[in-house]
Design a binder for this molecule. Structure first.
Ligand SMILES: Cc1cc2nc3c(=O)[nH]c(=O)nc-3n(C[C@H](O)[C@H](O)[C@H](O)COP(=O)(O)O)c2cc1C
Length: 355
């Protein structure tokens, strides 16, 4: 059967009505990690707009896993209750919703982006960031190295947040293991200088992510998809940097441990040269992950046009198309794409006269 952007996709017990995914986007709109009216309208309008799947912004599994004091979270029951109406509204539109769970590691404790995104010191309500290794990371942040007890706690926090995601009614969970945050800090030798079971060899550096996946898979319903976003490359010439072959190998291992979808993103530690970033620039990486592992694969990065998105699916380059900034510009992109491409999709009843 020939596939297109509006072909449904079943992942475990979940069927998406099309291949268009709202890529996770931090909003910095939630003091105490509690979503409210902003998220109801922001995510709700993208559901009305016809996306098959929305992946929420990165949501912290613990207060110290936050980037800023304004990130969403799933570390307490009040946050579960706050997510419920948002999740329900999205699902009522026929859109499915995954929560992106995350720990920012040594990138934690920063000021709000509108206040410069600089380090927030403990004296001002911040905390000392912890990552795989002690040392300076960015903008003067000096992280402490996580102890083995800290690592056990992180895994337990992901499991507890996963269970809360089920209680909140989410359809799926995505682990944010990209963009220089905790999991990526562990698996990239650019940052990880540990000498214990969580550092050194490839197998040791991916251990935290693999063990978290294993622990989560044990508590999640069999029918619930588990997604992982990876930085499949570090975009660095440093000989220690993570390369696409590493990203492919890790994707295969994650698949064997019950991960259903891998989204192939990149970078997080070094500035990516502008010449590297052009329409569909990360699609070949997704294509390789898909071809070499057979895992359901998401492509992301400067995908903005209906034809461009449809081509990725029709050519079998990836199974899902994730769009971030274009979905900010146009929450109704999926409805527009269906019209442009002349591919049928369900139009919300009150909007039918416009289509
Ligand atoms: C405002 C904004 C916030 C973002 N926040 C997240 C996030 O919470 N989690 C994540 O994995 N990626 C995040 N990203 C990255 C996007 O999901 C996406 O990978 C990137 O923007 C490239 O896609 P695009 O070219 O369609 O924008 C964010 C991007 C933007 C523009």
């Amino acid at each position: 059967m020939e596939l297109n952007l509006f072909s449904p996709l079943t992942i475990r017990g979940l069927t998406l009505k099309n291949r268009l995914v709202v890529s996770p986007m931090q909003q910095y709109m939630t003091p105490d990690g509690l979503v409210g009216n902003w998220h109801l309208v922001h995510l709700g309008s993208r559901a009305v707009g016809g996306a098959g799947l929305i992946i929420t912004e990165c949501s912290a599994v613990s207060p110290e896993g936050r980037n800023t004091l304004f990130d969403t979270g799933l570390w307490n029951d009040a946050q579960v209750a706050a997510w419920r109406p948002v999740v329900q509204f999205v699902q009522e539109q026929g859109t499915r919703i995954a929560v992106q769970l995350w720990h920012s590691g040594s990138k934690s404790s920063h000021r709000h982006p509108q206040e410069g995104f600089t380090l927030l010191p403990p004296a001002e309500g911040g905390w000392i960031p912890k990552g795989p290794s002690a040392g300076a990371l960015d903008d003067g942040a000096v992280a402490e190295a996580m102890t083995l007890t800290d690592i056990e706690q992180v895994k337990a926090d992901f499991v507890a947040a996963g269970q809360r995601a089920v209680q909140a009614g989410f359809d799926a969970i995505e682990l944010h293991a990209a963009h220089g945050y905790l999991f990526h800090q562990f698996y990239s030798a650019l940052i990880n200088r540990r000498t214990d079971a969580y550092g050194g060899s490839f197998e040791n550096r991916i251990r935290l992510l693999v063990e978290t996946v294993q622990a989560l898979r044990q508590v999640l319903p069999e029918t619930m998809p588990l997604l992982v976003r990876l930085s499949v490359v570090d975009y660095s010439d440093d000989p220690r940097a993570w390369q696409l072959a590493d990203g492919v190998q890790l994707s295969a291992i994650l698949k064997a441990h019950g991960v259903d979808v891998v989204t192939a993103s990149g970078g997080g530690f070094v500035q990516v040269p502008p010449s590297t970033v052009f329409p569909s620039y990360q699609v070949p990486m997704a294509q390789r992950v898909k071809a070499e592992t057979g895992v359901i694969t998401g492509a992301v990065g400067v995908i903005t046009e209906p034809d461009q998105a449809n081509y990725i699916i029709a050519e079998g380059q990836a199974d899902l198309v994730l769009m971030a900034r274009e979905m900010l510009r146009d929450p109704y992109f999926p409805l527009r794409a269906s019209r442009t491409l002349r591919l049928a999709t369900e139009i919300p009843a009150p909007y039918k006269r416009a289509f």
